[in-house]
Design a protein around this ligand. Structure first.
Ligand code: AR6
Length: 195
């Protein structure tokens, strides 16, 4: 973990139910945002997809709806994606230039490599971002919806993996953790303030 001894939190005025929290970790490179990831103006948003990459519910459905049909057309050319890996497309009608599609593990009790696969999602997504010169990236809480990963354990893996990647890859300027529910919001706020 980096030197986040000076961590501080700035609560910005919530707008239309959205809330940004700025944490003084990693030279303020990490932010917490509560709301819809498709509303974010960043270089890349990450999609919690499935191995087909052909769309689904949850955040995947929201991203495909907001990006438009061209996103699905490009996804069809990618031949799917393995769990823990990530592939990139354009963002089409989104404000984000790119969508990085990653496939989280389905929770199966935790002894089937789920933590390593979830960490790999965050790590590979950031590697793909660097390869494509994306400097600002927003992540949803991968696997914590339909795939059933316990939210607190997932938040620990997400924050640790991103923090350690940022330590070694200064070209990434900002990572936004986009939470959608209060439970995840509280877990992330706690973790980001205390690390
Ligand atoms: N913006 C940000 N976060 C969202 C949004 C949104 N618009 N909508 C939902 N979330 P899930 P998974 C949060 O189920 O668990 C799909 O069908 C949601 O509250 O979207 O990785 C795929 O095609 C939760 O915290 O993804 C796969 O089949 C988080 O996003 C499967 O679901 C992830 O929930 C993947 O399951």
């Amino acid at each position: 973990m980096g030197d986040c001894a000076n961590a501080r939190m700035i609560l910005e005025r919530p707008q239309r139910g959205h809330m940004f929290i700025e944490i003084g970790c990693q030279m303020k490179k990490i932010k917490l945002f509560k709301g819809d990831i498709t509303s974010l103006k960043v270089d890349a948003i990450v999609n919690a997809a499935n191995t087909s990459l052909l769309g689904g519910g949850g955040v995947d459905g929201a991203i495909h709806r907001a990006a438009g049909k061209e996103l699905l057309a490009e996804c069809r050319t990618l031949n799917g994606c393995k769990t823990g890996d990530a592939k990139i497309t354009k963002g089409y009608n989104l404000s984000a230039k790119f969508v990085i599609h990653t496939v989280g593990p389905v929770w199966n009790g935790g002894k089937s490599g789920e933590p390593e696969k979830l960490a790999s999602c965050y790590h590979r997504s950031l590697e793909v971002a660097v390869e494509n010169s994306a400097k600002t990236i927003a992540f949803p809480n991968i696997s914590t919806g339909v795939y059933g990963y316990p939210k607190q354990e997932a938040a620990v893996i997400a924050t640790q993996t991103v923090t350690s990647f940022l330590e070694n890859n200064p070209e990434i300027e900002q990572v936004i953790f986009c939470v959608f529910d209060n439970e995840n919001f509280e877990y992330y706020r706690e973790l980001l303030q205390n690390n």
